[in-house]
Design a protein around this ligand. Structure first.
Ligand SMILES: [Zn+2]
Length: 283
């Protein structure tokens, strides 16, 4: 059976889909446990519905209270869990729990996994840092706006007109890294940066496992956050590595064009802000 309503690929927020279709009791339990564990460890997290829309106001500067988080986790709309990048994270507090504003958490969202075949550092980060699989893509054209035939299992690409199973589907990839604030300032990285099929999220959030994707699949860890490990397994980028990463994704080409890029970025600040708004809204 093919999807009868391919038009709905761009409007995933159809109200007709009950949350119970997307998330089972077991996965909800795991999601709640993960959320509480990460909160306790010091992460700035946000609970989202099945359309990735936050259930509460959030900030990259301040965490929700534990009481509010626990209340949110009982909300029937709960479908996903996201980490907010930025200065509020487990690695940036003094002995008394006060933020130091030195280390920032950065989420890297690789929309098109084919990029990993062309990059060395980015590909390496998937292996040596905390990383996970995101939504499914068409195996032929890598389009992510696919129709769901059977939630979590079988899909159809409206562009190629082919059907495929989840095990045939390439997945997007998310990576967590930490970066010193001084380096973000050096490369004038503030807010979020989209470059081609990669997005660097510094003051925005991204869904992590075991969230449910709107296609019915679950986000899956490649390398899980491990609270027992130093830095929880999250790789800390050095100056040269951040520079290499920015070159790999095409944001920086040579040192000498840094200034030009910065100017262009600043003039497009408003565009970026709009994009952030878009991300916060249902897609
Ligand atoms: Zn396709």
């Amino acid at each position: 059976m093919t999807s009868e309503r391919p038009d709905e690929k761009t409007s995933p927020s159809e109200a007709s889909r009950p949350p119970s279709n997307s998330i089972t009791k077991e996965s909800l339990k795991l999601l709640r446990e993960t959320a509480l564990k990460l909160y306790e460890a010091g992460y700035n997290i946000v609970i989202v519905d099945c359309d990735k829309k936050p259930l509460t106001s959030w900030s990259s500067e301040k965490r929700v209270s534990e009481k509010d988080l626990k209340k949110l986790l009982k909300d029937p709309r709960t479908c996903g869990l996201a980490i907010i990048g930025g200065p509020v994270n487990p690695f940036d507090i003094d002995k008394n729990g006060n933020p130091l504003d030195i280390t920032y958490l950065m989420l890297i969202d690789v929309d098109d996994p084919r990029l990993l075949d062309k990059t060395f550092l980015l590909k390496n980060l998937v292996e040596k840092s905390v990383s996970y699989r995101t939504g499914p893509r068409c195996p032929k054209c890598f389009n992510k706006h696919i129709d769901v035939i059977e939630p979590g299992k079988r899909f159809r690409c409206p562009l190629c007109n082919i059907e495929f199973n989840i095990d045939e589907s390439p997945r997007g990839v998310g990576i967590l890294v930490s970066v010193d604030k001084t380096l973000l300032e050096k490369y004038r990285l503030k807010g979020s940066l989209r470059q081609g099929s990669v997005e660097l999220l510094i003051n925005n959030y991204q869904l992590i496992p075991p969230s449910k994707h709107k296609t019915g699949i679950s986000y899956e860890w490649i390398n899980e956050i491990n609270i027992e490990q130093p830095n929880h397994g999250i790789y800390s980028l050095s100056d040269i590595e951040l520079e290499t990463l920015l070159k790999e994704i095409g944001y920086l080409r040579d040192k000498e064009i840094v200034e030009e890029k910065i100017e262009r970025k600043e003039t497009s600040e408003k565009t970026i802000e709009k994009k952030i708004e878009k991300i916060e809204k249902p897609r």
